[in-house]
Structure formats: C-alpha cells, structure tokens
Design a protein around this ligand. Structure first.
Ligand SMILES: NC(=O)C1=CN([C@@H]2O[C@H](COP(=O)(O)OP(=O)(O)OC[C@H]3O[C@@H](n4cnc5c(N)ncnc54)[C@H](OP(=O)(O)O)[C@@H]3O)[C@@H](O)[C@H]2O)C=CC1
Ligand SMILES: O=C1O[C@H](COP(=O)(O)O)[C@@H](O)[C@H](O)[C@H]1O
Length: 482
C-alpha cells in the first residue's frame, strides 16, 4: 500500500471523534493502513500535538468497536500531528503546505495526499479554492478528496459545488461519502445475488411483487435542530441513503464487480427511475412530522416542541414514497420507501416480496407471500420467509423463517470499509457525481412542493411506524409494509 498523508479538516469535530479515529485505528490493527503514514489534524483551536493525540486516544477508547491495545495505540499515535488553521484564511495554507512536506520528509513518505473534508458544507468551497491556490495539490504522487455529506442543498447548489470541486479534483479523485454504502450488509447485496443462482433467477419483475426499503429511527432531531429543520427527511435520508439503497438493490448485476461497472449500472437505475412531476407528488409521496407519543415507556415530545424548532415548522421528519423503474427488469414492480425519526424501532432493511402464482387449491389462498428480508442495521442478516406444514397445528401451512445473522461486533464499521477503500483507491462504494445529480433531479419536484407547502403534512405519533397515509399508499396496490 502506498505511504500517504491523511490531512483531516475538522479533526476536532464530532464525526472525527465518533467515526474517523476509531476507523483508522481498526484499520491500523488490521494492517490495512500503509506501513508509513502521517495524519495531520486541522482545526481552529490551539491544540498541541499531545492534546490532539490524547483526544484521538479518548475518542478511540469511547467509540472503537475493539478494545484498545496500549502498545498498538502508542505506535498508532506516533503518526498523528495537529496543525492549527482557520480554513477561511488563505495565508495559512502556505504553512500547512510546509508542515505536510516536513512530515513527508521525516517519515520518508511518497507525496500521496488524502484530503478529508469533515467540516460544515459551508466550508467545502473555501477549502477547495484555498487548496487550489496552495501547492498542496501539486504532488508527485496521488491526491484524493473525501467529502462528507450533504453534497448540496438542492439540484442547483449540488451542481455548483461539483463544478467548483471539479476544477481542483478529477472525478476519479473524488470520494463522496455515503455511509450507507459502507455498511457491510449493503455491500453484501450484490454478493448475495451474484453468488446465489436461486436468488439471481428470481431477482426481476417476473417473480417480484414489490420491494420495500425502510429506514426507521427511534431518535428525534437530537441536538441538530438548526441543520435538520432546514433539510428534513427528504434531504437528510432520501436523496442520499435511501436512493443509494434503491440503486444497489435494483441495479443489473455487472459480470465483474468494479467501480466503473457498478457505478454505470447504478446510474442506469436512476436514469430509468420514473420522474415525478409536481402534480404526482401528492399521489406518490407522503410527508409526515412526529407528534408527541411514547417510546420505551418514555413520553416523547412532538417535533415542534423540540428545542430550536419553531412551533410553526412544517418540516418533514418522515417520508414514504412509491417509485417506478421503467426498464425491462422492473417495469410494473412498485418500489416503496419510507424513513422517519421517532418511529417504533431502529431498523434499516430491504424486503423483497415475491409474487404468488395463481393457486389451484383453496388451502393456498391465504398463504403468506415468500419474502427475502435483508436486515442492514442494527441487526445484520438475511431471512427467507417460506411456507411449511405445521404438524403440531393440524398440518396447517404456516410461514417459517430461514435466517442467518452475523455476529455484530466482528463486523467492520461503515467508515472503516470506506476509508480503507479510499486509501486503496477503490471508488466502488462512493457516490459518483452522476448518481448524486440524478438523485437530486428526482427529489427536486418534491422539494419544491414542500417548499410551497402544497402537500399535506401528516402528523404521526412518536413510537408508531409513521402516518396512516403511508399505510394507505402501499395498500392501494394491495400490499402492506413488512
Ligand atoms: N457528526 C456526525 O455524526 C455526522 C457528520 N457528518 C458530516 O461531517 C461533517 C462534520 O460534521 P461534525 O464533525 O459533526 O461537525 P462539528 O461541528 O462537530 O465539527 C466541525 C469541525 O470543523 C472545524 N471548523 C469549523 N470552522 C472552521 C474553520 N473556520 N477553520 C478550521 N476548522 C473549522 C471545527 O474545528 P474548530 O472548532 O477547532 O475550528 C471542527 O473540527 C459535516 O459535513 C457533517 O454534515 C455526516 C454524517 C454524520
Ligand atoms: O446520515 C444520517 O444518518 C443517520 C442514520 O444513520 P444510521 O447509520 O444510524 O442508520 C441519521 O440519524 C441522520 O439524521 C442522518 O444525517
């Protein structure tokens, strides 16, 4: 693996602490970091190297999935240095450049530089311009950019951001993080289909009645009122994570799994996704907001009573939608998605409901459908629902479940898998610009209808599975949510 500098903008922030340091540490333990590397943490605060290293160690103690090994930790931290920089100050980049080069010389590193933007999206642009002016990107080795979400606020701002970034980094150098793509069970979808001829043969419109993607959360807006009230579930979850799950599930399997092929097939899914007009939105999309309720015996206040949220807020904390993919594989198969906060359970899953062939025998009429359930998080596993005779119940046909689940703690975290891929230069599980643009294009009419407040806002009880209108949406085709 190439030696490299990992230049982390936002190294004193929440994401770095909860996800990035634990991921780097586990990769280090796993020998998935280059033999020599330098991590340069950036932020405005005036930390010494020792303070920085102590913070990194504390973060790993608190958030790593594996226990800390003191010897390994000491070795790991030797690569970490802190450099104070206000990213809006263009003068400061010269010093940063000198510092990066100094560490490259000390550690005898090749000039491979990974720039990780773990800062507010407001700063993406200024960092990008300042990198362009500085010598940092003129390297004899590779340069790569890992960029956090959200990538734009709507179609237009996403395009502007991409245009600017593209003046500094080539598409092959841009790693847009969507942490759902790093989840092991999401990366398993294509393997499941590829390696099981039984599933491969059934994975199409002939055999599938509908597909359902659910990402329900128990948590509410938490401490992110300022951010969340401006974005809602549609931008926070649907435009990125949910549409990525849709692409991963619906893409036609390429013969060879590599970044180019997977991204080409995902793009095709988005190109075939039937666009919504603003008039369609009320038919195919349900907007909800949580009201008060009870979760785990605890009284929960409604969204508009949360700190930092205006009592008049019409923001969406829940979205359900019906989507159609107009290609040869999926024509006629409805895809249903739903996501929301303050729901009954935390669960991200994909459920594939198979068609029931015409029945000859009356006893088969009441049969449950066959289902393939892919549990993504927090449980990770696959369940197949079949029907079988129960000899303890007069030979009645009843649904049975064949399932396997992975031991949760052994599985790498999404950030581990994604950072490892970026270090190796593998873009398969990063969002290509085409996917991001097509996703914004698809959600744009919904954003506009919501902006104009031209869609009902259905209140749902905290602790429920969303508003009744979401059940009605799926009932229209004779289905229900699994
Ligand atoms: N936290 C999370 O769980 C998730 C976060 N994200 C994304 O990750 C990114 C970072 O989020 P998060 O860590 O939560 O944010 P925080 O607010 O916790 O951290 C922001 C970081 O930016 C630095 N910063 C702010 N202004 C400047 C400046 N002018 N110059 C230099 N550094 C600056 C801060 O350092 P200092 O104060 O020292 O200047 C701090 O390190 C965002 O894009 C967010 O959307 C995505 C998914 C989940
Ligand atoms: O990106 C985000 O994702 C989380 C949900 O992620 P998960 O891995 O816990 O399923 C969501 O809570 C947050 O609002 C959103 O910004």
């Amino acid at each position: 693996m190439d030696s490299m500098s990992f230049i982390l903008f936002g190294s004193t922030g929440d994401l770095a602490k909860r996800k990035i340091y634990p991921a780097l540490y586990n990769l280090f333990l796993d020998h998935s970091m280059p033999e020599s590397f330098s991590v340069i943490g950036l932020g405005r605060r005036n930390w010494s190297n020792e303070e920085f290293q102590r913070n990194v160690e504390d973060a790993i103690q608190t958030f790593s999935r594996t226990p800390v090994d003191e010897d390994a930790m000491d070795l790991f931290l030797q690569s970490f240095r802190y450099h104070s920089l206000d990213v809006t100050d263009s003068q400061g980049y010269e010093q940063l450049y000198q510092f990066v080069r100094q560490r490259e010389a000390e550690l005898n590193l090749s000039e491979n530089r990974m720039f990780y933007l773990s800062v507010s999206p407001k700063l993406f642009d200024v960092i990008n311009s300042n990198l362009k002016q500085s010598g940092l990107i003129d390297t004899a080795g590779w340069k790569r950019l890992i960029i956090e979400k959200p990538f734009g606020h709507d179609l237009e701002t996403a395009r502007e951001l991409n245009k600017k970034i593209s003046t500094v980094f080539d598409e092959k150098e841009i790693y847009r993080i969507d942490h759902y793509l790093g989840k092991p069970m999401v990366q398993n979808i294509e393997a499941l289909e590829h390696s099981n001829p039984v599933l491969q043969a059934l994975w199409n419109k002939e055999y599938i009645a509908n597909m359902q993607i659910t990402a329900s959360e128990i948590v509410g807006v938490e401490e992110r009122a300022g951010y969340y009230d401006k974005v809602g579930a549609i931008r926070d979850m649907v435009q990125n994570h949910i549409l990525q799950l849709l692409m991963m599930t619906a893409m036609h399997l390429p013969y060879e799994i590599n970044a180019e092929n997977v991204r080409r097939e995902k793009k095709k899914v988005m190109e075939s996704l039937r666009p919504l007009t603003k008039d369609d939105v009320n038919q195919d999309v349900v907007r909800g907001q949580y009201g008060p309720g009870i979760i785990n015996d605890e009284h929960i206040q409604g969204y508009t009573d949360e700190e930092g949220i205006e009592s008049s807020s019409r923001n969406d904390t829940f979205i359900a939608a019906r989507l159609r993919i107009d290609n040869d594989f999926w024509k006629g198969v409805p895809f249903y998605i739903r996501t929301g906060k303050r729901m009954e359970e935390k669960s991200t899953r994909i459920v594939i409901e198979f068609k029931s062939p015409h029945r000859q025998r009356a006893e088969y009429e009441e049969l449950a459908p066959n289902l393939l359930i892919i549990e993504i998080s927090p449980n990770k596993g696959v369940t197949l629902q079949l029907n079988s005779k129960n000899s303890l119940n007069n030979g009645k046909l009843e649904p049975v479940h064949i399932n396997f689940s992975r031991d949760q703690k052994d599985l790498p975290e999404a950030y581990e898998l994604l950072i490892a891929d970026a270090i190796r230069g593998d873009q398969t599980y990063f969002a290509h610009w085409d996917e991001v643009e097509l996703s914004w294009k698809w959600v744009q009419p919904i954003l506009e209808v919501f902006e104009e407040d031209n869609a009902p806002l259905h209140l749902y009880e905290s602790g429920s599975m969303g508003p009744k209108a979401s059940d009605q949406l799926i009932n229209e085709q004779g289905f229900h949510w699994w």
